[in-house]
Design a protein around this ligand. Structure first.
Ligand code: SER
Length: 585
């Protein structure tokens, strides 16, 4: 069995049990600036866990692409991954503990045919916020879990919440016994020795933790479950690490062939970070110095560093990306459509990093020299920050290089300085955009309609393959990102501007209708992230000019827009152009 077979079995099983299969949300959360990436299957579902009605009903199942970067420095060992897939099933105020546990048990023992002896489970031991979960333990016993395979632990192990505030509750976790000898007589599923591996987590979400740390009862009782696909795949294949499964094996082999230095940790880091970078770029992230872009930059740069460590010629990177995409595309077919841009983004970032490295390395050598002459072993945070800020040298790289020299870096001080710096620049950019980010005022509404016209005009003037890749609206201007392989010529810009103004002059009515997503797509409606939309969608049409899946709001008639003017056209990132435009009366 391969990972994709486990995924299909899972979705079929829960579909058979009355669940609707919903699409994976993109790795980059929509409309949620509080998190950088989707980190769990439940994250895109939070509004529904809090009571909003989901258009697909109360029983849902999906596979969700996730990225967790807290453990990024652990990657290279035998289990941590930044990108992974989480299979999940949800009850939104429908079934609760009994049915959830029964289905999990049936799936593990019948569908995946895991012998009961290999399974253990844990339940919440209870505290002042919530009672001991005897109910789950009893259900486990009833379905056939031996009593001595049922454990109770406290909040640290058996309570789940995303972050500090939000829907949460006690969970029951399932563990797979790898058959390794117990590390001591106290060895149990809470022990990290590797004998027991967590495979599935069912959260019984009936609480809400407020930002004051109080627990209140949710109006509906939900179930949120998450099963880590790569891990399950590895266990079922009897492999020691995910790198030994079909997901990573071809690339690991290729790295071994190419490398002049034998270093399994570096091979794993390259394979893992390459996969994550490919996935996040495919979902729209681009390298930059802040937030998501910075994480992606770190992934690509760290991977490049380790290619160097392995003494693999960096010209091999393109082939490695292609190989990786060919391995992953069965599970993620969208990668094939985005192949060229993925390659371009990674290779450009690699080139930039190579330049940075040579400057930074020279500076770093000076630091090492002076430290050694002073007999110091800790590189202070200011120096690390200077290397970062002036030489573009990421702290992780400084740390890696420092280790080679038996030096350490003051990461804490660096983090403090970095935060200070970020706060300053954030305050600056807030100042710049004062007056409403993505508000729904009259002016923003006009700009919103203008983005649809611009999108349509670009398609007519430049290429029908142009699609929106992002947009940002303030009361002062609109910004529109789109895929395009060249800088627009003055003539092209003029044509686009003229066409939009022509449509404004024609006073075309803007209409909205509700329809099934399928029908909307069939009718040729434009849509940025197809997966993000529920089955019923709203479609805004501007005469025959434009048709887009969109939440609105829009003006009633293009005549309301005034005059459209392109102020600037520039590169936003590899393969993506950006237009800034204004509407004037
Ligand atoms: N939210 C839980 C987790 O991420 C179960 O899906 O483990």
């Amino acid at each position: 069995m391969k990972a994709i077979d486990i995924r299909n079995k899972y979705l079929n099983f829960f579909e058979k049990h009355g669940h609707k299969v919903i699409p994976s949300a993109p790795l980059i959360p929509e409309n949620d600036p509080s998190v950088l990436f989707t980190t769990a299957g439940m994250q895109p579902l939070v509004p529904y866990l809090l009571g909003e009605k989901h258009p697909e009903g109360k029983r849902l199942t999906d596979y969700q692409k996730c990225l967790r970067t807290v453990d990024i420095d652990e990657v290279g060992d035998n289990r941590h991954l930044t990108f992974f897939e989480m299979l999940g099933n949800w009850s939104l105020g429908d079934y609760f503990k009994e049915e959830s546990i029964k289905m999990s048990f049936e799936f593990l023992t019948k569908e995946l045919q895991i012998p009961v002896e290999k399974l253990s489970v844990t339940c919440f031991a209870g505290d002042e916020d919530a009672p001991r979960d005897e109910e789950s333990a009893k259900i486990w016993e009833e379905v056939g879990m031996p009593k001595d395979h049922i454990y109770f632990f406290g909040k640290d192990d058996n309570w789940w919440i995303a972050g500090e505030e939000g829907p949460c509750g006690p969970d029951t976790e399932m563990f797979y016994d790898t058959g390794k000898p117990a590390c001591s007589e106290h060895c149990d599923p809470s022990c990290g020795c590797g004998k027991y591996v967590e495979i599935w987590n069912n959260v019984f979400m009936e609480y809400y933790k407020t930002n004051e740390g109080k627990y209140t009862k949710l109006e509906q009782k939900n179930v949120d479950t998450g099963l880590g696909l790569e891990r399950m795949n590895m266990l079922l294949q009897g492999k020691e690490t995910p790198y030994d499964t079909e997901i990573f094996e071809p690339i690991m082999k290729k790295l071994q062939q190419l490398a002049k230095v034998d270093n399994i940790q570096s091979r794993r880091i390259v394979a893992e970070h390459l996969r994550s970078s490919i996935m996040v770029i495919s979902d729209g992230a681009r390298p930059s110095n802040v937030d998501r872009g910075y994480i992606l930059r770190r992934l690509i740069r760290r991977m490049t560093r380790h290619l160097n460590k392995l003494q693999i010629d960096l010209n091999e990177l393109e082939g490695l990306i292609e190989l990786n995409i060919s391995v992953l595309c069965e599970m993620y077919p969208a990668l094939l459509d985005n192949k060229e841009v993925i390659k371009q983004v990674i290779l450009e970032e690699k080139d930039k990093f190579v330049k940075t490295l040579s400057n930074g390395e020279r500076e770093f050598a000076k630091v090492v020299k002076s430290m050694k002459s002073e007999n110091k072993t800790l590189i202070d945070g200011h120096t690390v920050f200077k290397l970062y800020d002036t030489y573009g040298f990421p702290p992780e790289v400084t740390k890696d290089l420092a280790e080679d020299e038996n030096l350490q870096i003051d990461m804490e001080e660096f983090q403090r300085l970095y935060k200070e710096h970020q706060e300053k620049s954030r305050a600056g950019s807030e100042q710049k955009f004062k007056g409403g980010l993505s508000g729904n005022g009259e002016i923003e509404t006009k700009y919103h309609t203008a983005t649809h016209l611009l999108n349509a005009a670009l398609k007519q003037v430049i290429s029908k393959d142009i699609h929106q890749r992002g947009s940002n609206i303030t009361t002062e201007r609109m910004r529109f990102d789109f895929n395009c392989d060249h800088k627009l010529t003055d003539e092209e810009k003029q044509k686009v501007e003229d066409l939009v103004n022509e449509w404004i002059k024609q006073e075309i009515p803007v209409t909205v209708e509700e329809m099934k997503k399928e029908d909307a797509i069939k009718s040729g409606a434009e849509c940025m992230f197809i997966e993000k939309y529920p089955d019923m969608v709203t479609v805004y049409s501007i005469g025959d000019v434009s048709k887009e899946l969109c939440g609105g709001p829009h003006v009633k008639n293009t005549g309301e827009l005034g005059t459209f003017k392109i102020k600037k056209e520039e590169a936003s990132s590899a393969g993506i152009r950006r237009i800034k435009a204004v509407l004037v009366d």
